[in-house]
Design a protein around this ligand. Sequence first.
Ligand SMILES: [Zn+2]
Length: 233
Amino acid sequence: MATELGTLLAEIHRLRIFIRDLQAEIERGPRVLKAHQTKLQKQEAGLKLAHDELKKLQVTFKEKELSTKTAYQQLARYETQLNEASEQKQMDALSHQIAHTKQTIATTEEESILLISEIEERQAKIPELDAALKKAQADFITYQAEGKDRLARLQADLKKSTGELTVEEKKLDPLIRPLYDRLVKAFSAECVVPLENSACSFCHTSVTQQFIHDITAGKFTVCPNCGRGLYIK
Ligand SMILES: [Zn+2]
């Protein structure tokens, strides 16, 4: 059966747990925000990289186009020279140059086709990446605003609960207050814990009937094992 002290300790315990959780939640806020920010920055960097790589491929494609054009011009010159050549040695050399240039053109054109398909593939992905980034940026702004509201709510709750705790603690008998303060210092939110099935609910050590009798009689007792204050709900 709960005593007056038991009811008071149960309320103190509840408030201390609530305050501990509020403080943890308040401390977690900036870390979560930072994680969101890092994720967003990575996404932004990823998109920039995609744009840069695309630009590079486009430059390479233009260069290939130019070198193909130059090779065709060179080929035309060789063919004219071949038509005008009369010496066999010169004709052989020109034929060799023509074959080589044709091979170069074929290779460059093949590479250009591959480049074009890669450029098209990458271009197709950009709008998707752009949209994903815009959404992530909007989500981040919303999260930031909500985070501010949430923090204000948590801080208001913390202030209220801390006030309530002070009121409850003032109800403690001044004779047990020094012991209680030591327990708070040592065990913070779990400075007092309920007795459950004749055992400390924190360390599960069973207590004697005499011990239970003392608690029931309204005595402030601590667990013989872990030293936390015990109460009966
Ligand atoms: Zn214990």
